[in-house]
Design a protein around this ligand. Structure first.
Ligand code: HEM
Ligand SMILES: [Ca+2]
Length: 739
């Protein structure tokens, strides 16, 4: 086929268009021409010309800058590059690509191309593009090395802005969801898909209306510094305070859930290293650093906390829109990967299984996603999962592993009842059931804890006890709301513990609790205790008390987040606040208005003021903000008084309720649907609805006993939530899937 088939002539691509993220390619594979490199490309590659172009461009990323000077067009460059590579390097290896990606020989394609182009006189256009094996094959039993590809997204306008939306063809009769979330909505296949724009429910508050961070408040006075707000409103007390009845599971499931819904990546250097925003890259347009106060109780006076801006694109109205690189849907994309290509890396392609090593997720051969030192003699490695944040802290990796094991357990079970099913069928059916269990737990057990019964009722969010409740509405957009990602869903940061610890199968303590901040990006504990460390950690999480939901954030992340060997660290709260300003997310009052709640015009707790805050909290707000309208969404909503029966205040109830309603009603594959194509049988559904988080633990975590409601602390034997033997819990009955 000819090159021009693959070129999106409409797009005026410049190097700046190419935001590069990682993708994987088989190690040790001989690359015969660049065609083979398409092996692991996202699904979209097959169908959208611009994606293909971007991949090629990404290979030659550095070449862009050097050929720019030569005035070559896109087609010319690629034509030349292909011809050159095919003629001169027919056997380019993965190692070459790896080196390229690592930046080790970053000049290599650049030099090569320049040589070639120079030989050709600099302007020869062949318009040649031949992909002998442009088929997304399934990658098998291999290790992977990163190469670069363009994570540039299709230009997705904000909903209802009147912008044209590029479409892809959908298979309307598909029984399973796509890996990247596309085609969930058949009328608008991009909704909720990975690498599309986050949506807005209120107009942006960029200082220029287009993309410059929100910076000034009332009377045009600069907003308070994020760290000042953090210190005044969110610094935890010396003593840890706890919820009475809840467990650490509320935090840990919350983080995992958050990651299923949203990932906003940051701009990087062209070679994929992070921007050094307080250092060499200080003047980069994509740095929006946090200036630290002169009198900070912990950080250096007037210091700099780096913050690269989130990857974003201008919509057709020229407004900066941040990209969600996860699928918005509750689909465990966090475990399965957010594109077909990523999932192919994670699958074993036998028996429907995900690749497993000693009961754990597969190894990430990059070994750069975690720090492998830790108190263990086991062979340890960085686990690879469907979300790049998996190793951020060991509790999160453990939660990934739990759901990973559940998938494999179900796939093995299905293979026993349906030996005639092939790998693909087993994988998809196991995935479908695992996602259904997950959705059932999120809507049946988890959200009610945050929202309480009244809000569940108001938003009609409760599940049916045992049968269908089909609420699907194709006009609902299930993509993630910008303010939800930068603020609302970050409520979990007030629930992070100071420590981390482990509990054995007899529920006895196994270690002196250690500072959580010693374990960011470390996998020692996860691998410890004969490959069972993660199980002991989950047991601790499911019995330890939950830190108080009070808007206060422990020093483990308010001072020591990502503490490194130079003792440099971050304040997570300050990041949250700066991030929301950088996204042009408006303040507290704007969201109150959307929710039909009274907006505050003064800091008093009486009428017309901060009616949903305690007077003391309102007073502290008045000491850091100039006007109530300036209050950042994260701070304003998280410090509201909680409402009856839930954890969140009125604004949180509304915004969480709204997002989770969209996530359910806009999901054509939601597990409660009464739809012969994508739904379950009545019996299967009733069975899935019996499965709670405790079952998932019992089946996969070697627990012998557990409290049935794991988000709540175990009670005494006669209480409502006593420890019971796992054998007493209902089980998933895969016979119901026998064909
Ligand atoms: C030890 C636990 C946790 C750590 C260390 C952590 C750390 C972080 C960091 C560093 C960011 C990016 C900040 C930025 O630059 O904007 C972030 C984002 C976020 N966090 Fe957490 N977090 C934790 C737990 C949680 C929990 C429990 C929840 C929810 C219940 C949560 C929800 C979120 C959300 C929604 C985002 C935005 C994600 C995105 O758009 O990319 N986090 N967190
Ligand atoms: Ca997802």
């Amino acid at each position: 086929m000819k090159l021009d088939r693959w070129i999106d002539h409409d797009s005026q691509m410049t190097p700046i268009d190419f935001q590069v993220t990682s993708v994987y390619i088989e190690k040790g594979t001989r690359m015969t021409g660049l065609g083979s490199a398409l092996l692991n490309m996202p699904e979209a590659a097959r169908t959208t010309p611009s994606f293909c172009l971007r991949l090629i461009t990404a290979f030659l990323l550095t070449a862009w800058s050097c050929v720019g000077a030569q005035n070559l067009t896109c087609d010319q460059l690629i034509g030349e590059a292909f011809l050159y590579l095919d003629a001169n390097r027919p056997d380019i290896t993965c190692q070459d690509l790896h080196n390229l990606a690592k930046g080790g020989v970053i000049m290599y394609p650049c030099r090569m191309l320049n040589e070639y182009i120079a030989r050709k006189g600099g302007s020869h256009c062949l318009g040649y593009c031949d992909f002998p094996d442009l088929v997304i094959r399934q990658a098998r039993h291999v290790d992977f090395l990163p190469i670069v590809y363009s994570g540039q997204t299709d230009r997705l306008p904000i909903v209802n802005s009147g912008c044209p939306v590029p479409h892809q063809q959908c298979e309307a009769n598909a029984r399973f969801r796509t890996l990247d979330g596309s085609c969930n909505n058949l009328a608008n296949p991009n909704l909720g898909k990975s690498f599309t724009a986050q949506t807005r429910i209120v107009p942006n508050a960029y200082s220029d209306g287009l993309g410059s961070p929100r910076s000034h408040g009332c009377d045009n006075v600069p907003l308070p510094g994020p760290r000042e707000v953090s210190n005044m409103m969110h610094a935890a007390d010396t003593e840890m305070l706890f919820e009475q009845h809840l467990t650490g599971m509320v935090m840990q499931v919350g983080q995992f859930l958050a990651h299923d819904l949203i990932l906003t990546e940051m701009f990087k250097r062209p070679n994929q290293d992070p921007l050094k925003c307080c250092d060499a890259d200080i003047s980069n347009v994509n740095c929006f650093n946090i200036r630290l106060p002169a009198n900070d109780p912990f950080f250096m006076a007037n210091g700099c906390m780096p913050l690269p801006r989130s990857i974003a694109e201008n919509d057709c109205n020229n407004v900066r829109q941040q990209i969600n690189s996860q699928t918005s849907y509750l689909d465990l994309s966090v475990n399965y990967g957010r594109t077909l290509a990523e999932s192919n890396i994670l699958r074993s392609f036998s028996g429907g299984l995900l690749k497993e090593v000693n009961g754990k997720m597969m190894e990430d051969v990059r070994q750069s996603t975690c720090d492998m030192k830790g108190p263990t003699s086991q062979k340890i490695f960085c686990p690879l999962s469907g979300d790049a944040r998996v190793n951020e802290q060991p509790g999160l990796a453990s939660m990934h592993n739990l759901w990973f094991l559940e998938h494999n357990r179900i796939a093995r079970g299905l293979a026993r009842v349906n030996p005639q099913w092939n790998d693909e069928r087993l994988f998809q059916e196991a995935r479908k059931i695992t996602i259904a269990e997950w959705q059932n737990i999120v809507y049946g057990e988890y959200i009610p804890i945050l929202l309480g019964p009244d809000t569940m009722k108001k938003f009609k969010l409760s599940l049916h006890d045992r049968s269908y409740r089909d609420t699907y509405n194709p006009s609902v957009d299930a993509s993630i709301i910008n303010g939800f990602g930068v603020a609302v869903m970050r409520y979990g940061h007030t629930l992070i513990h100071r420590n981390i610890s482990m509990v054995d199968t007899n529920m006895g303590s196994m270690m002196t609790p250690d500072d959580l901040s010693n374990h960011f990006f470390k996998v020692g504990l996860y691998h410890s205790h004969d490959d069972k460390g993660y199980k002991h950690m989950l047991r601790w999480i499911s019995t330890e008390r939950l830190p108080l939901f009070d808007g206060k954030v422990e020093q483990s992340v308010q001072r020591f987040l990502f503490k490194d060997r130079q003792a440099d660290s971050f304040d997570l709260v300050a990041l949250n606040i700066q991030r929301s300003r950088e996204h042009g997310v408006p303040g507290y009052n704007a969201y109150r208005a959307v929710c039909g709640l009274k907006i505050a015009s003064h800091f008093g707790a009486g009428p017309g003021g901060l009616v949903d805050h305690d007077p003391k909290v309102a007073d502290r707000l008045s000491r850091v903000y100039r006007c109530p309208g300036d209050i950042d969404l994260f701070t304003g909503y998280l410090t509201e008084r909680r409402t009856r029966g839930g954890l969140l205040g009125p604004l949180g109830q509304c915004l969480m309720g709204m997002q989770f309603k969209r996530l359910r009603d806009g999901d054509r594959f939601f597990f409660e649907r009464n739809d012969p194509l994508v739904g379950f049988t009545r019996e299967q559904l009733a069975n899935i609805k019996q499965i709670r988080m405790s079952n998932i633990m019992c089946e996969n975590n070697e627990n012998t006993v557990i409290q049935p409601r794991v988000f709540f602390r175990p009670t005494v034997r006669r209480g409502p939530n006593p420890m019971v033997s796992c054998s007493r819990l209902p089980k998933l009955n895969l016979d119901l899937w026998r064909e």
